[in-house]
Design a protein around this ligand. Structure first.
Ligand SMILES: Cc1ncc(COP(=O)(O)O)c(C=O)c1O
Length: 380
């Protein structure tokens, strides 16, 4: 039996999403920019999706820009904030997703300052340090901090960060890729100017997402070409993808409370079982109190055998990630774990991540395998 415990990497498509996309593929092949009836029909689909998606976030339709993925939304924010808004200083953290971290590193040159806010061993941002950094400079600043860390699940107190950004007149971007569809979010109330979404994290298709761009902020398109998305994102809209994203978000928010309760129970059951079997041999990464309920990050002792855990679980048909899926091929360990622990090399981190399709039987099978596979470190 194949067991998928890697839903933070991507989720499998909901059959209702497939149905919506199929309908769109069969009927909706007009180009939304064309003025004839096929084009108008396609345009209508895109605008209905935009309107209904915006409503989930208390936003106006014009604040939703469809993009190809979460990475594009993050890239566009940072690049356009520098190019179009005159941002000359960025405050971020060392444990952001690479879509932000690498973009900041590449785009920031001699003219742009970068400051990294301190995070503690749970991955929680030090708000006092953030305030100090904000108060320290009158340069036009973009704060970019993710809502939920995709590797360890720690949540950012968004409203507090939004309030600080307002006080110090800074722009606030949050990578909300792991939390859109999992938490109610009202970007305006939270003081967020830019937020990112990716459909494939919520049982929608890969290759489509959106950027929330607060209406008070004017940017130019990062891509050069036609005037789609009101001039904010050139390129023909991904009509089929957008119809999948639309349906996936509708389903996520419709069933949010019941899905959340079930997933959280499974996550905490797995944590409890691991804790009672392995005791202090395992370490749970991330916040104990403010966490993303779809993620359980566990560090096992760093032994030669445990170094092969991912591979051994895969051989048993169990799919999990070490850190994040984006890093798993890189074999450099997790920058997040390195960012929160001084003794990061003592641990082998494994991320178990869950969805509405995860069952207790799957968790039990995984636990059984872990009990057999994990090597205990005997202290000498
Ligand atoms: C927090 C976070 N940001 C950004 C991304 C990138 O999203 P996408 O795969 O849509 O480019 C991911 C995906 O792993 C993520 O978890």
């Amino acid at each position: 039996m194949a067991i998928y415990l890697d839903s933070a990497a991507t989720t499998h498509l909901d059959p209702e999403v497939i149905k919506a996309m199929n309908e769109c593929m069969n009927e909706g092949y007009g180009n939304p920019s064309a003025t004839h009836s096929f084009g108008r029909k396609a345009k209508n689909k895109v605008e209905t999706a935009r309107k209904e998606i915006a409503a989930h976030f208390g936003a106006q339709p014009s604040e939703i820009i469809f993009t190809s993925c979460g990475t594009e939304s993050d890239n566009m924010t940072i690049k356009c904030a520098i190019d179009d808004l005159g941002v000359t200083r960025i405050i971020s953290s060392e444990i952001e997703h690479k879509a932000v971290l690498s973009t900041v590193k590449i785009l920031c040159d001699d003219c742009i300052d970068v400051d990294y806010v301190k995070v503690n061993e749970f991955g929680e941002v030090d708000l006092n340090h953030l305030e100090e950094l904000l108060a320290n400079s009158d340069k036009k600043t973009l704060v970019t901090l993710m809502h939920a860390n995709n590797e360890i699940g720690t949540l950012l107190p968004m409203k507090k960060v939004g309030d600080l950004c307002k006080t110090y007149n800074a722009y606030f971007h949050s990578d909300t890729v792991q939390t859109v569809g999992h938490f109610p979010l009202n970007f305006e109330e939270l003081g967020v100017h830019f937020a990112a979404c990716s459909a494939h994290k919520i049982h929608g298709p890969q290759g489509v997402g959106f950027l929330y761009l607060n209406k008070k902020i004017g940017l130019n398109s990062m891509l050069i070409g036609g005037g789609q998305e009101r001039g904010l994102r050139a390129g023909t809209e991904n009509l089929i993808g957008i119809s999948g994203l639309h349906k996936a978000l509708e389903l996520s928010y419709k069933h949010l409370e019941q899905d959340k309760a079930r997933i959280k129970e499974l996550r905490n059951y797995m944590k409890k079982e691991l804790s009672s079997f392995f005791g202090d041999q395992v370490r749970f990464n991330g916040s104990e109190t403010d966490y993303l309920y779809t993620v359980l990050s566990v560090s096992f002792p760093n032994t030669e055998n445990n170094g092969l855990l991912l591979f051994k679980l895969d051989m048993k048909g169990i799919a999990v990630s070490g850190g994040s899926a984006c890093n798993s091929g890189a074999n450099q360990g997790s920058h997040v774990i390195r960012g929160i622990y001084k003794n990061a090399s003592d641990y082998i981190p494994i991320r178990f991540s869950f969805s509405k399709y995860t069952t207790k039987e799957e968790i039990d099978t995984c636990l059984k395998e872990l009990k057999e596979l994990v090597e205990i470190k005997v202290s000498v």
